[in-house]
Design a protein around this ligand. Sequence first.
Ligand SMILES: Nc1ncnc2c1ncn2[C@@H]1O[C@H](C[S@+](CC[C@H]([NH3+])C(=O)[O-])CC(=O)[O-])[C@@H](O)[C@H]1O
Ligand SMILES: O=C(O)C(=O)Cc1ccccc1
Length: 244
Amino acid sequence: MTKTKDAIYAAPLQEMIDFKFDERVVAVFPDMIQRSVPGYGMIISNIGILAGKYAQPGSHCYDLGCSLGAATLAMRQRINQPDCDIIAVDNSPAMIERGRELLARDSGPTVPVTMVCADLQDVAIGNASVVVLNFTLQFIPPAQRLALIERIHAGLNPGGILILSEKIAFDEPERQQFHVELHHDFKRANGYSDLEISQKRSALENVMIPETLACHHERLKAAGFSSSEVWFQCFNFASLVATK
Ligand SMILES: Nc1ncnc2c1ncn2[C@@H]1O[C@H](C[S@+](CC[C@H]([NH3+])C(=O)[O-])CC(=O)[O-])[C@@H](O)[C@H]1O
Ligand SMILES: O=C(O)C(=O)Cc1ccccc1
């Protein structure tokens, strides 16, 4: 599949509008996320590996904030347990519409997938073995995050896991600057201009709120997870696996 190039922030904008997962973003999303998130492809394939290891027979796997379903498709390739299914949720109608087309083209594995257009806060989570929040929690208002993580913990079976990937922040200003500059260098090396980088940064400012790794570990512990481990980090992007 040829990817449509992301040029959403290439021209100067008169007025900065908050970032939204609309049709324009959907049309360029695979290119945008690959050129913007260091290690995205590796994270997706390893979500498949983790799901292959932790999916339990007769349980549900959830992909919350699934976008076009990249993590869902990776899990589907790797899950080899009877009576397992995947519930993929996103509240962007444009994402789900395109995600369903891509899912219909996916051949081979038989793990059933249901793609739901809904606010993940309204979706019941139960009999779960694997729950994925791949760069989604950062878009949930911080005041709602603990209750969501508690609800995920409550819906997981013993031995189940939460895979949590996030852009992260650093308390120390020098460390914050170090990682942000390297992330911007990564974006520049992938063809984004300084204008694109700065306009997108402004558009994301009120919408995407990163937290420190310490904050994530503490919240996971407070929600009842017995352990949380960083299994991937590149610059200010990390992925954790938390075990019930
Ligand atoms: N309350 C909500 N309910 C449901 N969906 C939501 C909500 N808030 C945001 N979203 C959805 O969360 C997704 C975040 S992108 C995830 C990438 C994907 N996981 C991937 O593995 O490619 C991350 C990024 O683009 O940085 C978007 O599709 C939103 O519509
Ligand atoms: O582009 C960025 O700067 C990011 O932090 C990652 C991202 C990727 C895709 C949509 C929104 C944010």
